[in-house]
Ligand binder design. Structure first.
Ligand code: NAD
Ligand code: UD1
Length: 341
């Protein structure tokens, strides 16, 4: 069995990916500093997987602690989910974003190189595309990140590309996620935002649960059929299996032409804000009150993935419908009204 270090593994995407990795016979070691997650996630993962999971409370910027982990385990690869991800916060505190995301990644890469662990899957984002010229988005579209968070992802991708060119030993896949949605079928793990959510789905479920009064729809004057923004929502379990597929490609059946590949993970289907509201209303059986307000700075009218590269290189395809995404989020919200408490 292959040993994988999962940094940021207690977070929303990492926790779901870990269950998929275990189901596919990978041994997982988790490192997280809980800056945006709870230790309870580890307990839940152990219950759901039936395994004891080696876990380390570590900041990826702490080289000594990382070195201790690498000297204890013989890793075949690393998945790095550890990162700060709130766009608005990154505008207010750019240095903490560059420090956490970029310095953290460099630190991790240096320790990987020291221990000759050269296989990496990195959490990138559709946000690296900036304001695109064509839609759906292909990986060949130019990058044009428009805020500090997005630039941390772009800079890291550039570092990873340089590294892969510097030596044939490195094998790196950057997965560019579109909009993750959904939760594990058990309803035991899911997205657990701090405070008032920034993103659409957790905001809607908190309105439905009576924790917030109404949803504010950011603009209905976009160049889309109903005037609200269209996004490519992808089920969290599909995203999770995308990581297993990426690791399988790196470790088992390497067939990539390049040592670095950036690959979109989305559903390839777009839904407007109004369509998402309607899907949640159908699942929940209640109307979601909303008010239309002005546009949010930085929002694109449409963001949609071309996922043919993921199919071609990783053999991965999204499988879940938007209805399942909404139903699974709602199950998680109902079972855990206060998140991981
Ligand atoms: P999350 O905040 O739920 O998970 C990130 C985890 O990393 C958290 O558990 C946090 O405590 C940990 N972490 C942060 N900085 C760390 C550090 N320096 N050392 C150790 N642990 C650290 O976020 P998520 O939604 O699971 O996202 C995972 C990754 O995917 C992030 O890098 C994010 O930027 C990227 N991403 C997320 C989305 C999304 O919509 N959720 C979209 C595109 C890309
Ligand atoms: C946002 C981030 C993106 C990040 C992604 C996942 C911005 C500009 N982009 O993407 O970098 O990778 O989250 O974390 O912040 N909406 C409302 N009301 C709300 C919330 C959202 O109308 O209360 C609308 C938005 O205008 C958007 C859509 O819903 O059109 C989806 O928004 P959101 O869930 O925040 O995702 P993105 O903006 O696509």
């Amino acid at each position: 069995m292959k040993n994988i270090l999962v940094t940021g593994g207690a977070g929303y995407i990492g926790s779901h990916a870990i269950l998929d990795l275990i189901a596919n016979n990978y041994n997982v070691v988790i490192a997280d500093n809980f800056s945006n997650s709870s230790p309870l996630v580890i307990k839940k993962l152990e219950e759901l997987s039936g395994k004891t999971l080696p876990f380390f409370d570590v900041d990826i910027r702490d080289k000594n602690k990382l070195t201790n982990i690498f000297s204890t385990f013989n890793f075949d690869g690393v998945i790095n989910f550890a990162g700060l991800k709130a766009v608005g916060e990154s505008v207010e505190e750019p240095l903490s974003y560059y420090n956490n995301n970029v310095c953290g990644m460099i630190n991790l890469l240096e320790v990987m190189a020291e221990y000759k662990v050269f296989n990496l899957v990195f959490s990138s984002s559709a946000t690296v595309y900036g304001i695109p010229d064509t839609m759906p988005l292909l990986e060949t579209n130019s990058m044009g990140a428009i805020n500090p968070y997005a630039r941390t992802k772009k800079i890291i991708e550039e570092i990873l590309r340089d590294l892969a060119q510097s030596s044939d030993e490195w094998k790196i896949i950057a997965l560019r996620y579109f909009n993750p949605l959904g939760a594990h079928k058990s309803g035991e793990i899911g997205e657990n935002p701090n405070g008032i959510p920034n993103n659409l789905a957790p905001y809607i479920t908190q309105v439905a649960a009576g924790k917030l009064d109404k949803l504010y729809v950011f603009g209905n004057d976009y160049d889309t059929p109903d005037g609200t923004c269209i996004r490519d929502y992808v089920h969290i379990n599909d995203l999770a299996s995308g990581h297993t597929a990426a690791l399988n490609t790196l470790l088992k059946n390497y067939n990539l032409k390049n040592n670095f590949e950036a690959i979109n993970l989305g559903s390839g289907k777009g839904y407007s804000v109004f369509e998402i509201i309607k899907n949640f209303e159908a699942v929940i059986g209640r109307t979601i009150p909303y008010e239309i307000i002005s546009r949010r700075a930085g929002d694109l009218d449409v963001s949609l993935a071309d996922v043919s590269k993921a199919k071609r290189l990783l053999g991965w395809e999204p499988t879940y419908s938007i209805k399942e995404m909404c139903a699974d989020v709602w199950r998680w919200q109902e079972k855990n009204p206060n998140g991981y408490v």
